[in-house]
Design a protein around this ligand. Structure first.
Ligand SMILES: Cc1ncc(C[n+]2csc(CCOP(=O)(O)OP(=O)(O)O)c2C)c(N)n1
Length: 573
């Protein structure tokens, strides 16, 4: 005899699921019991279900396979929500198994009852509550197949009395179908796009993660068109190194070379990207957009040639139609702007560099306490991290420093909350990555605000010996918000964080914890922390006044910043 819970878990194990993340309890007890008896699946009991959902989502993003998490009746399921939204917006398949009150109590506003079907309606591509045993095999199959096919979140809700029910003899095991690629754009559309590209003097590429599997074709395209290549943050992973065309990121985290690239291109080719910041995209340009998701086309900028299809298939068919561009001046200009920006960044990361702004801003930016510049820290991590490390970064300034200083070699990987933009993602995503392979280095760039949101799950790293290296940019601030306020002339307010010594917190729960307070200690501390075997937290006191200049700083932003700084100065007196 097989129970509902056993069937579910066995089918997931058969499909290759190796970890389930969550918090145990009531309606899901039969499911955790089935996991306990299933040798192929490990249970990781997190301290907050959101951490479990982030971890499952990270595993899915790194492997391309199904991630699985669980949250039990009412609040346990609700706690999954933010991590599930992250999976949804990252287009990655995750199954959430949620608990519900027993069937006879459903609809009676019973203790802990929430309407999961309503709650998860927006986040899930599949979202059903099991109400009868007969439905189970088909619903499990549909849940997982929909998550895989649509690269999204499936929520399967099990009422408390259902998980332990026995299924009829000979109930077949649900079987799942992995995604099997997409088709190519139509030949007509490709022909018209090729004519427009051939007619244009200069071309620029904006490449996103959707083209990651087409690296060779994208590089051939850049060479054919002598085109500078702007990479989205998510496309750092896959395109950054050994690439003579890349000019870094655009958007607020980006650099000026991307503006040079965008402004100088007669035609813009957007490949596998839904880059959302329209104000950074060029105007008066012919735009060709290639994306497997038709709904992405044209929603950020007006598109002249829509190519709906797989990036690799599309480029393989487009390339033979394209003429070689011989004028490389546009590429040269963008690349030389990028090279000089990188040289300036390297200066900022040099411990010997005297970083003293002049004039009105001087007093506030002087860093009188001698706190560590975040650039210095990020560059030290870049120097000492393994060539195949997995990186995660918290939403906030930590992501800016990662984007600017960490180079993604072909074998490094990167995961963040880059579409949802949630805080607190880096540490739990790192847990997910570490559980995939404990021998591979996993480094999280954590904000102090982000880390403290899900601080309890530091304990999970210790309990399950997940050897994550957590680098905390401890600036005592919600730093990105501070910068947002100052850029519009507001003095910072509500952004200060009275932090504990995070290294001491780590040590108190059995994790290696190291606090770094002086710039001179950064390099050795990073090197040592990364070399230690188990989980390590490196708490580095960084300068909250460090600013990151965007690619298109405006005069008004500069003025607003100066005004905010003077207001802060006056208030501080
Ligand atoms: C869950 C969540 N709450 C609020 C925000 C808005 N927000 C974006 S960045 C940020 C500050 C992040 O601070 P911290 O983690 O300390 O990193 P820092 O920017 O200082 O490096 C805030 C509050 C968010 N993105 N996500």
């Amino acid at each position: 005899m097989t129970t509902v819970a056993e069937l579910l878990i066995e089918s997931l194990a058969e499909h290759g699921v190796r970890t389930v993340w969550g918090v145990v309890g009531d309606a899901l007890n039969p499911v955790t019991d089935a996991i306990r008896r299933e040798e192929r699946i490990d249970w990781v009991g997190v301290r907050h279900e959101e951490a479990g959902a982030f971890a499952a989502g990270a595993q899915s993003q790194l492997t391309g396979r199904l991630g699985v998490c669980m949250g039990t009746v009412g609040p346990g399921a609700l706690h999954l929500l933010n991590g599930l939204y992250d999976a949804k917006k990252s287009h990655t398949p995750v199954l959430a198994i949620c608990g519900q009150v027993p069937r006879e109590e459903m609809g009676s506003d019973f203790f802990q009852e929430v309407d999961n079907d309503a709650v998860f309606a927006d986040v899930a591509v599949f979202n059903r509550t099991v109400t009868s045993v007969d439905q189970v095999p088909a619903l499990v199959e549909q849940a997982v197949n929909t998550a895989l096919a649509e690269q999204g979140v499936a929520v399967l809700t099990l009422p408390g009395d259902v998980g332990g029910l026995e299924l009829p003899k000979d109930t077949p095991l649900p079987r799942f179908v992995d995604r099997q690629g997409y088709g190519a754009p139509s030949a007509d559309a490709l022909q018209r796009a090729a004519e427009a590209i051939n007619a244009a003097g200069t071309a620029t590429l904006l490449v996103g993660q959707g083209a990651r599997h087409a690296r060779a074709e994208v590089l051939e395209l850049a060479e054919r068109l002598a085109a500078p290549m702007v990479l989205t943050l998510k496309a750092k992973d896959g395109f950054e190194e050994d690439n003579d065309f890349e000019v870094g990121q655009s958007g607020l985290i980006g650099n000026h070379a991307t503006k040079v690239a965008f402004d100088g291109g007669d035609v813009l080719l957007m490949l596998g990207t839904d880059f959302p910041y329209r104000e950074f995209l060029p105007t008066d340009t012919t735009v060709v957009q290639l994306d497997v998701r038709g709904e992405h086309i044209g929603r950020r900028t007006s598109v002249d040639h829509a190519l709906v299809g797989d990036a690799q298939e599309g480029l393989r068919r487009l390339l033979p139609l394209l003429e070689q561009k011989t004028d490389r001046r546009h590429l040269g200009k963008a690349r030389s702007s990028y090279t000089s920006w990188r040289e300036r960044q390297a200066q900022l990361a040099d411990p010997a560099y005297d970083h003293k702004p002049q004039g009105l801003l001087r007093r506030r930016l002087d860093n009188p306490d001698g706190r560590i510049r975040p650039e210095l820290l990020a560059a030290a991590v870049e120097r000492h991290a393994d060539a195949d490390a997995v990186f995660t970064s918290d939403t906030g300034m930590a992501t800016v420093w990662l984007s600017r200083f960490v180079r993604m070699t072909g074998t490094r990987r990167l995961v963040g909350s880059y579409n949802l933009g949630s805080m607190a993602n880096a540490m739990p995503q790192a847990l997910g990555a570490a559980a995939l392979d404990r021998d591979r280095q996993v480094v999280a760039f954590c904000g102090d605000g982000g880390l403290s949101m899900l601080l309890g799950d530091l304990i999970t790293a210790v309990t399950y010996d997940l050897p994550v290296k957590l680098v905390v940019f401890d600036n005592g601030r919600l730093g990105m918000v501070k910068l947002e306020m100052e850029q519009v002339g507001l003095p910072e307010y509500g952004t200060e964080l009275a932090n504990p010594d995070f290294a001491a917190v780590a040590r108190s729960i059995g994790m290696d914890g190291v606090r770094v307070e002086r710039p001179d200690d950064v390099d050795a501390a990073v090197r040592d922390a990364l070399a230690r075997p188990g989980p390590v937290l490196l708490d580095v006191l960084t300068n909250p006044e460090e600013v990151a200049v965007p690619p298109k700083p405006t005069l008004s932003q500069g003025w607003s910043f100066a005004i905010a700084k003077s207001k802060e100065f006056i208030e501080s007196r």
